[in-house]
Design a protein around this ligand. Structure first.
Ligand code: UT7
Length: 329
């Protein structure tokens, strides 16, 4: 038996928020945003749309592409830090909408590394219980606009909304699995440099917490930047070494889309030329757990990946969490 990627899917909301639009909201300018982050525009969900609605569209496309119904899915894992509710989980809501009655479902919170963490869990379940888990749906989905402080120029220019899904299948075919190697990490000691201070059990919502803007993303950007580059390079290298694959053999690197300067600093250190690094941050900004799935689905639908291609995923985010995963397409 082997585990393969059966299909991918993605979704972004219709509304585009451009840098010019942001110039009217905070003291910023298009040039600063483009040169410091690579972002030109981002998508913003409508007030009626929650994270599960974005996830639903991405998952629906993946199922349609694979030609299977929700009923055939055995588990759904949603990587998100912007669930519709604290509970029930976004996975539960998604299960109902997809008609995936037989699936057990949950959310996984690992910020921008959410998709990689979710893939690791999905792959491990499928490897351990191949008869039980034929199809597992993994989805990174975020409505970051709901936790973005639209009065803070340090952060509001960075984030956007979207969802990316990957359907894994346990097949009867012998051959290599789609997950060749992975290297995931956590360092809770740095939790304070990227977090949402209020809204959890540590600091439930109060009038004061709302007035102090504590229900929004707080980030010490410079510190995060430095750690991100080293962490993604380290994990990427270790994955290639474990797999015995040279950078030349990697068809595409898909890094979490946090900042084009981070991405362009990581690529040469991994020994992969820029033209083999996938970037769509200019159009979507940083969509946290959704970003890698959004890139992967775009690349697949554009015919940029063929069977057998090696794809290196790298991620970094709040927690701190980070890692890399080598996929064989
Ligand atoms: O996805 C999870 C992981 N997240 C990341 O990896 C993000 C990592 N960090 C970054 O991408 C970058 O640190 C940022 C894009 C957030 C910031 O870029 P930076 O080059 O580190 O800029 P900075 O924060 O050091 O700010 C430089 C200057 C400051 O002005 P002074 O103090 O030099 O006068 C800021 O006040 O730019 C100013 N600034 C802005 N100016 C115009 C900060 N934000 C803006 C803005 N527009 N939006």
């Amino acid at each position: 038996m082997s585990i393969r990627i059966a299909a991918t899917g993605s979704y972004v909301p219709e509304r585009i928020l451009s840098n010019a639009d942001l110039e009217k909201m905070v003291e910023t300018n298009d040039e600063w945003i483009r040169t410091r982050t690579g972002i030109e525009e981002r998508r913003i969900a409508s007030p009626e749309q929650a994270t599960s609605d974005l996830a639903y569209e991405a998952c629906r496309k993946a199922l349609e592409t694979a030609g299977i119904s929700g009923k055939e899915v055995d588990a759904i894992i949603v990587g998100t830090i912007t669930p519709d509710f604290v509970f029930p989980s976004t996975g539960c809501i998604l299960q109902h909408r997809l008609g995936a009655e037989g699936a057990f479902c949950f959310d996984l919170e690992a910020a921008c590394s959410g998709l990689l963490y979710s893939l690791e869990v999905a792959y491990s379940l499928m490897k351990t219980h191949p008869k039980k888990y034929k199809y597992v749906l993994v989805c990174g989905a975020e409505k970051l606009s709901s936790i973005t402080d639209w009065t803070n120029r340090n952060t509001c220019v960075l984030f956007g909304d979207g969802a990316g899904a990957i359907l894994l299948e346990n097949t009867e075919e012998d051959g290599p699995d789609c997950v060749i190697a992975s290297d995931l990490h956590t360092d809770g000691g740095y939790g304070d440099i990227l977090k949402m201070p209020a809204g959890g059990s540590r600091m439930p919502a109060t009038k004061e917490s709302l007035e102090a803007h504590l229900h929004f993303i707080h980030m010490e950007g410079k510190e995060v930047f430095k750690l991100a580059v080293n962490a993604m390079v380290g994990a990427g290298k270790s994955v290639l070494e474990e797999a015995g694959i040279t950078p030349d053999e990697v068809k595409m690197v898909i890094p979490h889309q946090a900042n084009s300067r981070i991405i362009l600093a990581v690529a040469p250190r991994l020994g992969v030329p820029e033209e083999r690094v996938y970037m769509n941050i200019n159009r979507y900004g940083n969509t946290s757990a959704a970003s890698i799935g959004l890139c992967l689905d775009e690349a697949v639908r554009a015919g940029k990946l063929a069977k057998g291609d090696y794809v290196l995923l790298t991620a970094f985010g709040g927690g701190l969490t980070w890692g890399a995963m080598l996929l064989r397409f």
